[in-house]
Ligand binder design. Structure first.
Ligand code: NAD
Length: 362
């Protein structure tokens, strides 16, 4: 039975990780989250009464507060998910990304290392710092438009080439984590995952935004031609993968996690429309709401993960196909309109973010 300190546990993936741990293991979780616009404790309603769950509203840039949390709870492992995570927001406001993703990761590494230095024997050797990162650090891959034959995939040794302020800040944090392993012998593991989707996803991201706009009769915005390819993974499959890595992964290793689901954005949106036509029929088809808008600056064209190391070494495979996972996701949003209304709470109304015009005005 482990005590796991999860940062960013009120966010989309962090809350899935905490629900997974509380509902499927005997481990204890300490959720350290600042509760930015993206953090919502409602996403943890089904586990927050558990005696094995604790919450601390703390900014990972606050070293003194982190010291207090480490010494109070004496965790066996850290799963670090706290981050600014939306590429569009990073275009108009990169400062928060530099602060949380780089300075915050540095501060957390230092607080965790100081705590680890106080441990002895088995507790010290078994300690793990698991840094959760993205495949966006690798930049983009050739698109089927540009290349014939077998298209390459991201592997654990693909060189870093981030394109956006978000992915550059995540790449920086990955480098810091590896440097703490190499320089201080601090026991770190890194995972890089493809695009997640599923329940409790903040409605600024493509899939929830399209579902909610469709239901409200609003335009379904497609950036550029909509031919960008992402490799979609159901969030609960990611949560299972992350728990495997923190409990069974090898110190110093990197694991790529992906869903073997390469889809063009336009096809994702059309599939959502077809599911909604069936589950919430109306006089016109939802696909008629599709609208093409200016592309995101620096938009990566294709991501795709080779997740064979996760399968070979940790015996992990995704359980959901894109079709089953997307249907579950649409059903969840239809049944949880209250959650959607509460998390948007007036400050964000699914408006377009991250254009260069907005950047010039800010
Ligand atoms: N969403 C994806 O598709 C995806 C894919 C691969 C990797 N990732 C990575 O997984 C992690 C989680 O992503 P997500 O989609 O759940 O993000 P999210 O934006 O939904 O949640 C981030 C959480 O971090 C918290 N947070 C932000 N700044 C903080 C700070 N300074 N101190 C403490 N808490 C803070 C927020 O309150 C929020 O609860 C991120 O590191 C992200 O880079 C995400």
């Amino acid at each position: 039975m482990l005590k796991i300190l999860v940062t960013g546990g009120a966010g989309f993936i962090g809350s899935a990780v905490i629900r997974h741990i509380i509902q499927n293991t005997q481990d204890t979780v300490i959720n350290v989250d600042k509760l930015t616009y993206a953090g919502n404790l409602e996403s943890l309603a089904c586990v927050m009464d558990s005696a094995r769950y604790a919450f601390e509203q703390v900014d990972i840039c606050d070293h003194a507060e982190l010291d207090r949390v480490f010494s109070t709870y004496q965790p066996d492992a850290v799963m670090h998910l706290a981050a600014e995570s939306h590429v569009d927001r990073s275009i108009t406001g990169p400062a928060d990304f530099i602060q949380t993703n780089i300075v915050g990761t540095y501060t957390l590494l230092e607080a965790a290392r100081e705590y680890w230095n106080t441990l002895e024997g088995d507790r010290k050797s078994a300690f793990r710092f698991h840094h959760i990162s993205t495949d966006e650090v690798y930049g983009d891959l050739p698109h089927p438009d540009e290349m014939i034959g077998n298209l390459p995939l991201f592997t654990e040794t693909t060189p870093y080439a981030p394109s956006s302020p978000y992915s550059a800040s995540k790449a920086s944090s990955d480098h810091l984590v590896r440097a703490w392993l190499r320089t201080y012998g601090f026991p770190t593991i890194v995972t890089n995952c493809s695009n997640n989707y599923g329940s409790y996803h903040f409605p600024e991201k493509l899939i929830p935004l399209v579902i909610l706009n469709a239901l409200e009769g609003k335009p379904l915005p497609i950036y550029g031609k909509g031919d960008q390819i992402r490799d979609w993974l159901y969030v609960e499959d990611h949560a299972r993968a992350l728990y495997k890595v923190v409990t069974e992964g090898k110190v110093g290793e990197t694991y790529n996690i992906g869903g073997h689901n390469e889809k063009q954005n336009i096809d994702v949106v059309k599939t959502i429309c077809v599911i909604l036509d069936e589950l919430r029929p109306k006089k016109t088809q939802y696909a008629e709401q599709i609208t093409f808008v200016t592309d995101r600056p620096g938009h990566d064209r294709r991501y795709a993960i080779d997740a064979s190391k996760m399968s070979r070494e940790l015996n992990w495979q995704p359980q959901e196909t894109f079709e089953t996972g997307l249907r579950k996701t649409v059903e969840w949003y239809l049944a949880n309109q209250d959650w959607c209304n509460n998390v948007q709470n007036g400050s964000y109304q699914r408006e377009r973010l991250g254009t260069l015009e907005q950047e010039l005005q800010s």
